[in-house]
Design a protein around this ligand. Structure first.
Ligand code: CP
Length: 358
């Protein structure tokens, strides 16, 4: 299509409300010097999206650039997902992930079969996840699934022959959250989209949480390793002596990145440029707030231009007094999830050729 796309009118709603100084970086900064490379993104066509490690630096950077384009232009007149049906199958509670995937699909002209609660499926009667997968093959073109069981993606893939996007599996991973996290960061500092150090100061990354038992934190940390050229150190602030678990520690030790674990938040906080926090851990079949003594509010000793990311939902670890401060990148992170998920759906469903000329 060669028609010039119109600006996205919804973008106005993404501005912070009056009186708020929350950080809302411009998407344009991310793609104006180089448009997204659709050939790189085409490798995702027909693929499952299961974990952070499957992504290369280039793939994350190009997905973020395409997301920025989609945030900037009005895409719905092109309805690039015309004729495609996406099932969102959520066997565990969600506010953001399911609705942002559904919003992404609707705004692209796709159709959605929404299962907001797995207990309304045959699972309630004891049906296996493998059998549910066999049915989905006939009903849709792609499944976005969240499940309480870490093993659920592997099990459904025994019979599923259409792409599966993992929207969170127990204490496993949440790879599309990590994409949303890095999309917010790349908009904030577009130089992070360069695969090499740009001569600017490297960033100090802090994590308040336990990657070993918080899937969003785990996926974020694993994806962060791709950005090692831009990160001087990762500081994990946790109550636990080993917050990683064997799986993550192996990746950390293999990566070209300096890291430390501490329980001293007062000493670490003033050094950090980016703070990623979460407190809800999924343990077995229940939720638990971990690291509950680490809380941030507007009086915390933060570096003046430090930004905070949080996958949300929050408990009292992230005080609302921060919401109107420039430290708040977390609302931009949540809003931007629609656009990064649009980019992902277009790539996975092989519809990049339906985009307007970029
Ligand atoms: N970030 C996230 O996964 O939020 P939801 O649990 O609301 O989907």
């Amino acid at each position: 299509m060669s028609d010039q796309p119109e600006p996205n009118p919804a973008a106005a709603y993404l501005e912070p409300p009056e009186g708020s100084k929350a950080t809302r970086p411009e998407p344009l900064n991310l793609f104006e010097s180089a448009p997204p490379n659709l050939d790189v993104l085409a490798q995702l066509s027909g693929q499952n999206v299961l974990y952070a490690r499957q992504f290369s630096f280039e793939l994350v950077a190009e997905l973020c650039k395409l997301a920025a384009v989609l945030e900037e232009i009005e895409i719905w007149p092109y309805h690039p997902l015309d004729g495609k049906i996406i099932t969102t199958a959520f066997f565990e509670a969600s506010t953001r992930t399911r609705t942002s995937f559904e919003s992404a699909a609707h705004r692209l002209g796709g159709r959605v079969i929404s299962i907001p609660d797995g207990s309304i499926t045959g699972a309630k009667k004891g049906e296996s996840i493998q059998d549910i997968g066999e049915m989905f093959n006939a009903y849709c073109d792609c499944v976005v699934m969240r499940h309480t069981e870490t093993s659920a993606p592997k099990e459904i893939l025994e019979n599923l022959r259409i792409p599966l996007i993992n929207a969170g599996n127990g204490s496993g991973e949440h790879p599309t959250q990590a994409l949303a996290d890095w999309y917010a960061l790349l908009k904030w500092k577009p130089r992070l989209a360069a695969p090499f150090e740009t001569g600017d100061q490297k960033l100090k990354l802090g994590i308040l949480g336990t990657p070993g038992s918080m899937r969003a934190v785990k996926s974020f940390l694993l994806m962060s390793l791709l950005f090692h050229e831009h990160i001087s150190k990762v500081t994990v602030i946790s109550e636990m002596a080993d917050p990683f678990g064997p799986d993550v520690i192996e990746s950390l030790n293999q990566a070209d990145i300096d890291y430390e674990v501490t329980n001293d938040i007062r000493e670490s906080l003033p050094q950090l440029d980016i703070i990623y926090m979460n407190s809800i851990a999924f343990l077995g079949d229940s939720y638990k707030a971990l690291d509950s003594r680490y809380k941030l509010d507007a009086d915390s000793p933060l570096k003046q231009d430090a930004v905070i990311l949080h996958p949300l939902a929050r408990l009292d670890e992230l005080d609302t007094s921060l919401d109107k401060t420039p430290h708040n990148l977390y609302f931009s992170q949540a809003h931007g999830a629609v656009f990064i998920r649009q980019a992902l759906l277009l790539a996975v469903l092989g519809r990049l050729d339906r985009l307007p000329e970029l």
